[in-house]
Design a protein around this ligand. Structure first.
Ligand code: FMN
Length: 430
């Protein structure tokens, strides 16, 4: 039976009707590129805040073990930077050879529970609050003032040169290869939310001339080159997904024409799956979450700059009332214009939501906060014990990313500071 703390309204188990073909479809095996998955439910990347420096902690292993034990087909390890300077915060995982054995412990833990695991491979570009950088250059699609680097003395971001583009494309390839070697079953190339590849896609960040700037197709060129190189390197054995924002600001809701053009290019470049998100971390984080963020979520890691940025974000938040499946209208438009597999993400909290997503023709369903609230949710759905997540979308989990225990639901979990501080120690034979 589910934990009563997670579901205060629960009166008693209601057996799940066998007459839900849509739910049954979500729970049956499917293939993601070369990968066989036990079902179509994916745990979204939710920055775990569980790296020590650049290395995985034992808390990260336990986090993903719990998700796999709860029955998700694929769990996503968030923000795996493809190089040191590609981190956003100092405590973020880097796909480097010294982490191979520790990452293999994580993937083995997920596999032992019958699940599969994906690495979200990414580079922050100008979205970077690092106090120290290896090379010191803040790359983005275009150069200019770099408000996020003011306190670090990095006042300007630089437009990527052709050499830098080749180097970072190769870093994505090396990261994907390392992930494969560590036992990851899939990689998710992060092209959304304002990170480097998203900076190329965004008209706000990309002011280049053709061939890498101009219209949406030209802005998609570098992300497509990265995708094609990753596909060539690991795509025969590894699922290759891309996550992108269908719109950047809440006010652009529904205006997904440019994103559709981008998605069509990604389809032609060989993506196995697109994960459809929205929003930008700085300009419109509420579009990611479909709801307002509490002060704890925008306070950042406590530096003056981040607190100032958080204050600005709080002031700019529109009055949004959360709705389940808040990205469905835009995702539907994408579904109509694409033939490759698509994963629906955004406000999936109930059996009814999963059924809707399946009926609308999406190939997979992605859940973030609902699985943070209860990693066993899917099992409870399957066994008919619960039909709706107890997540209140308070978004306090977002603030816990910066805390000593790492990301957790404040309603159902304590977080484990000790595990968060314990580095993963691979067994001697690894
Ligand atoms: C605590 C937290 C951290 C997140 N970190 C990431 C991240 O590292 N990468 C990413 O692509 N999305 C991140 N997201 C966004 C989620 O992947 C997802 O897009 C969002 O939560 C909406 O899905 P949901 O309604 O199922 O929660 C994060 C979300 C939460 C709640």
């Amino acid at each position: 039976m589910p934990d009563r703390a997670a579901y205060p309204e629960l009166q008693g188990a209601v057996p799940l009707s066998a007459s839900s073909p849509a739910l049954a479809r979500a729970l049956t095996p499917w293939t993601l590129g070369p990968l066989q998955l036990r079902n179509r439910v994916i745990k979204a990347a939710t920055n775990e805040g569980m790296a020590i420096g650049m290395r995985p902690s034992q808390a990260l292993v336990e986090h993903h073990r719990a998700i796999a034990r709860g029955g998700a087909g694929l769990t996503t390890v968030a923000y795996c930077a493809v190089e040191r300077d590609g981190r956003t915060f100092p405590d973020q995982l880097v796909l480097a050879p010294e982490n191979l054995a520790a990452l293999a412990v994580l993937t083995a833990a997920v596999h032992a529970e019958g699940g599969a695991v994906s690495a979200q491979i990414t580079h922050g570009g100008a979205f970077n609050f690092l106090s120290e950088m290896e090379h010191g250059t803040v790359w983005s699609a275009s150069g200019g003032l770099n408000p996020m680097g003011f306190l670090q003395g990095r006042l300007f971001k630089k437009a990527m040169t052709r050499a830098a583009m080749t180097q970072i494309r190769d870093a994505f390839v090396a990261g994907a290869r390392l992930a494969r070697q560590a036992g990851f079953d899939a990689v998710e190339i992060h092209m959304g939310h304002g990170y480097l590849l998203s900076q190329f896609l965004s008209p706000k960040y990309n002011h280049r001339k053709p061939p890498y700037g101009g219209d949406a197709a030209a802005r998609a060129r570098f992300p497509c080159e990265v995708l094609a190189a990753v596909r060539d390197a690991v795509g025969d054995t590894t699922g290759v997904a891309c996550k992108l924002s269908m719109f950047e600001r809440w006010s652009q809701r529904g205006q997904v024409d440019a994103a559709l053009t981008v998605a069509q290019r990604l389809q032609a470049s060989g993506a196995h799956l697109l994960v459809l998100s929205a929003g930008m971390n700085v300009e419109a984080p509420w579009a990611i979450f479909g709801s307002r963020l509490p002060p704890s979520a925008t306070r950042g890691a406590g530096t003056l700059l981040l607190r100032a940025a958080g204050w600005m974000v709080q002031r700019q938040q529109p009055k949004i009332v959360y709705e389940d499946l808040y990205l469905l209208p835009s995702a539907r438009q994408m579904r109509a214009g694409l033939s490759l597999p698509l994963a629906y993400l955004g406000g999936v909290r109930s059996v009814a939501d999963i059924e809707t997503v399946m009926r609308e023709g999406f190939d997979a369903v992605v859940m973030g906060r609902a699985l943070l609230h209860d990693p066993d949710l899917l099992r409870h759905f399957r066994e008919g014990e619960v039909r709706r997540s107890g997540c209140t979308t308070c978004n306090e989990c977002v603030g816990t990313m910066y805390g000593p225990a790492g990301t957790h639901c404040v309603l159902t979990q304590q977080g484990d500071v000790c595990l968060r501080r314990t580095p993963v120690l691979p067994p001697p034979d690894m």
